[in-house]
Design a binder for this molecule. Structure first.
Ligand code: ADP
Length: 435
């Protein structure tokens, strides 16, 4: 092509010069003829240049460049070919984009793209049915204005998306949706939303079943333990051979009662996302009471229990729930620490929030058990646990109460030397002086 251009250009120039020379030969004015010829050629070139300029500025997307002769014809042709090639590439790209959009639009899960500020950029059809987004009005809106559940706002702003979030759908309270957020590119967010109503219902059935069974078992058990207590109170009327059996039955009866109470408490904690109360709780006085109960539980085992609690550091939440969580930790320390051992309870606050630690010099826990310790009925050593009368639900209760109070549990332990259970609460959960 390049070669052709050069040849065409040279041919045209030679032709022009020849015509000018013939004109010069006829008229006798070689110089003038040559000047006029070149001026005409320059004028024509400028005209073509102007046509190209006009076309470049004003052409419609698919409009072909103007026709031309000679060198300019070649230039226009090359532009035309470039334009066609560009159109084909664009067409292919558009087809790929269309296919991706069609397939994501057909997904039953919602796909939502958010910019770095959390404003809606793009979403598929499922986002309209699951979250009620409206096309195109909601484009550019902050997602927290459209999904108004308080848990979502908190979750989105905390920017910790390791665990998915489950909330009721903003358009239908009976529909449950699970949200996964992934960050990509320039801090943009990709949000995937699934309808998990069925799984939620099954989970709910399981929870209801456990709660109902526990509830139904309470009355018969109260009657049985009641009669056992009466029999034990009048033990002299009973055949002495039965005394030990009655004592054991009564002991196991109260164990079952504690188990049912713990199961019911867990069911209650699972039923809602937030604590039943949201009052300022004076943790120092609460801990002082728990310490006294722990001292009584320790009794003749004579463990040294110390308490250092910063006065005036109060938490928002439910006193009864916090009491069960903290007493579970302190009573565990008593149960799993040898006689005369040390137990240290500390409550303090700093810029990361408020913290409660329960440290003991007891048997400790092997590192391999730590990740599973808060699971229901998980026990490090079942024979040891049955001696202590534990239900295996204590730490599961602690974990749930903490979750409801924007807290988390940290466990560290050295087998044979003792364990430290620390509850960390977010600063937002603290009661400020003005509050
Ligand atoms: P349990 O009612 O059996 O104490 P928890 O859920 O409270 O159940 O605790 C689970 C397990 O964690 C216990 O069985 C025990 O093995 C272990 N554990 C809890 N606290 C301590 C502690 N302070 N020291 C050693 N082991 C502990």
């Amino acid at each position: 092509m390049n070669q052709n251009w050069h040849a065409t250009l040279i041919r045209h120039m030679l032709l022009l010069i020849t015509v000018c020379l013939i004109g010069g030969l006829v008229s006798g004015y070689y110089g003038w003829c040559l000047a006029i010829g070149l001026a005409l050629y320059l004028g024509w070139t400028l005209k073509q240049l102007l046509r190209l300029h006009d076309w470049l500025r004003n052409h419609q997307p698919d409009e072909a460049p103007p026709d031309g002769y000679g060198l300019w014809g070649e230039v226009f042709d090359s532009i035309y070919h470039l334009q066609r090639r560009d159109q084909r590439v664009r067409g292919r790209l558009q087809a790929v984009i269309d296919r991706v959009q069609e397939s994501t639009a057909a997904l039953r899960d919602a796909v939502i793209m958010l910019d770095s500020e959390g404003n809606l950029e793009w979403w598929n059809r499922a986002a309209e049915t699951l979250l009620g987004f409206k096309t195109p009005q909601d484009g550019g809106q902050p997602v927290t204005n459209l999904v108004r559940h308080p848990r979502f706002k908190e979750y989105f702003e905390a920017e910790n998306y390791v665990e998915p979030l489950e909330i009721p759908s903003p358009i239908n309270d009976r529909m449950r949706v699970q949200l996964h957020i992934t960050r990509y590119g320039n801090n943009e967010h990709l949000m995937l939303v699934r309808d998990v109503t069925r799984i939620h219902q099954l989970e709910q059935m399981r929870k209801d079943f456990v709660a109902n069974v526990s509830h139904e078992l309470r009355t018969p058990l109260t009657v049985i333990t009641g009669y056992l207590e009466t029999l034990l109170d009048n033990v002299e009327d009973v055949n002495p051979r039965w005394t030990r059996a009655l004592q054991q039955m009564s002991q196991q009866g109260s164990r079952m009662q504690t188990l049912l109470n713990d199961l019911l408490l867990l069911a209650k904690l699972e039923a809602t996302d937030y604590p039943s109360d949201n009052q300022p709780v004076a943790i120092d006085t609460l801990l002082a009471a728990i310490k006294n109960d722990a001292q009584a539980l320790s009794g003749p085992r004579n463990q040294r229990i110390s308490l250092e609690a910063a006065p005036g550091v109060r938490l928002k939440g439910s006193e009864s729930e916090l009491r069960s969580a903290f007493s579970n930790l302190v009573f565990n320390a008593v149960k799993y620490t040898q006689d005369e051992g040390n137990i240290r309870i500390r409550w303090w606050s700093d810029e990361q929030g408020a913290h409660l630690s329960v440290q003991d010099s007891g048997v400790g826990i092997d590192a391999k058990h730590l990740p599973r310790l808060t699971e229901r009925f998980y026990r490090v050593d079942s024979s040891r646990a049955s001696n202590t009368g534990g239900t295996g639900l204590g730490l599961a209760i602690v974990k749930h109460v903490l979750m409801r109070h924007r807290g988390r549990l940290e466990i560290s332990s050295v087998p044979g030397h003792g364990s430290t259970f620390t509850c960390h609460f977010a600063p937002a959960q603290l009661v400020t002086k003005q509050g």
